[in-house]
Write a protein that binds this ligand. Sequence first.
Ligand code: MF3
Ligand code: CO
Ligand code: CO
Length: 279
Amino acid sequence: MNYSSISYIDAASAPLRNTGEIKLHGPEAFAAMRKVGRIAADALDLMAEKVRPGITTREIDDIAYQFGLDRGALPATLNYRGFTHSCCTSINHVVCHGIPGDRALKEGDIINIDVTYILDGWHGDSSRMFPVGEVNRKAARLMEVTYEALMRGIDAAGPGATTGDIGAAIQSFVESERMSVVRDFCGHGLGQLFHDAPNILHYGQKGQGIELKPGMLFTIEPMVNLGRPHVKVLRDGWTAVTRDRTLSAQFEHSIGITETGVEIFTTSQTGRHQPPYDI
Ligand code: MF3
Ligand code: CO
Ligand code: CO
């Protein structure tokens, strides 16, 4: 799509599908996003207590499922395009979309847990990294850089900024740390849809891309690799791994553009923003 064809539409009068137009939402949508975003944040807060050597990713998935149900929310990934689990669990060199299963976590692993819930039809999408026991310094630094990259991306957002400002903030910081930004996956609009326009690239140039306007709802979810940026998807059709098998990390928030800045819907209520979580 070329720049001149970008258009915005009042979400209240937009069809409930991805038309490529960018939906601008009102206060009721923000209230609903706050509620569902809190559920995603609280689930990840709980995960900080559960991630230990020996737990399997299937047990983590069961916790994600039960947590949602207890709060009246449905995991959005359950039966989403053939995915049959309540979260994604991406360990070490897995970049994203790891499928929960028999794998038990072991000391020194790093894992991303990515949850999305639906409450009253609205989606809250967030992920964090969790160290399993003690991890080495490189792994710890990778997680630190990735969290800071997400927050720098959020700081670059706001009314009048562009999607390119977000990408540039993330890419310049990550590359200054001699790490790389994954190109093959991006953030996305969300709301009553899980994945909607626009794409939010985690690389780019200041001033380029789409102008951000009050009422936009989207995720920022940079994936950062210790080695090269290239990924491949395994034969299960989901699991994305680094081609060079180096470690990868990701953090994700769901945010909204306000008249004056940004609202983050998925902030931890217990200070468990990034490791170490001091449980
Ligand atoms: N939660 C992921 C995201 O951030 C999407 C997972 S889709 C799944 O967009 F099917 F892999 F679960
Ligand atoms: Co997302
Ligand atoms: Co997600």
